[in-house]
Write a protein that binds this ligand. Structure first.
Ligand code: ADE
Length: 243
């Protein structure tokens, strides 16, 4: 049976999906709650990645090993980093890089040791469907301000980026390494690497909750509480219908 995992970072983001889950069954494993059931005609497992790369890697591994999911889709929020990536916009990831991985001088900065690569790519076919679902979903939300849909590289690291200077420094350092990032968050690259290890399709969509600047700690909780769940709900709905 093909089973899709829908991973969210925060409970607020998962809430809308949980409310729609049919034949819900809660299974506790590895200190986490996994929700099996059906959503828009598809067999799914809903899970919280928790926050940070290690927690997300544990959740992804459990989804694969214990729940035998066939693919993983991440829906969550991120801080906007690229030019023109604003609060309320949506970024569908093409690839992920870990902005806090640095084993230099043994390996080039950002390269994941023993993999010979810095970036992990999302699955092209699943990502194309997620991009279309995001486009249709954004339209259906009929938001007061125009939200843009971006498609590109996302950086992950174990740090909530909450300063304009810090964000600029991070972006510039990544640019020097050849990585032009659109957004920053704390889990995606870890899940992408786990999926790479297991040969599983992975796709990720992130709504921009803040600009990773001095205002980020105020914008982030407000956005998560008020809007993130609606975005996750409509985008997931359109994606599952297209699978
Ligand atoms: N997720 C949402 N906003 C973020 C930020 N500013 N830094 C890291 N992760 C985030």
């Amino acid at each position: 049976m093909i089973r899709t995992a829908i991973l969210s970072a925060l409970a607020e983001e998962q809430q809308g999906l949980l409310e729609l889950l049919q034949q819900p069954e809660k299974i506790s494993h590895a200190g986490r709650d996994f929700w099996q059931g059906r959503l828009h005609g598809q067999a799914v497992v809903l899970a919280l990645s928790r926050i940070g790369k290690v927690a997300a890697a544990t959740t992804a591994t459990a989804l694969i090993e214990r729940f035998e999911v066939s693919r993983i889709v991440f829906t969550g929020v991120a801080g906007g980093m690229g030019e023109g990536v604003q609060v309320g916009d949506v970024v569908v990831a093409t690839e992920f890089v870990q902005h806090d991985l640095d084993a230099s001088p043994l390996f080039p900065q950002y390269e994941v040791p023993l993999y010979g690569q810095s970036r992990f790519a999302c699955d092209a076919a699943l990502t194309a469907l997620l991009l279309e679902a995001s486009r249709v979903g954004l339209k259906s939300l009929a938001l007061p301000a125009a939200s843009l849909l971006h498609h590109g590289l996302i950086a992950s690291g174990d740090r909530f980026v909450s300063g304009a200077q810090e964000s600029q420094a991070l972006r510039s350092a990544l640019q020097v390494g050849g990585h032009e990032v659109l957004a920053v968050e704390m889990e995606g690259a870890a899940v992408a690497q786990v999926c790479f290890d297991y040969g599983l399709p992975f796709a990720a969509v992130r709504t921009i909750s803040d600009r990773a600047d001095d205002q980020a700690h105020v914008d982030f909780p407000l956005f998560v509480k008020e809007v993130a769940s609606r975005y996750a709900q409509v985008i997931t709905q359109h994606l599952l219908k297209s699978l």
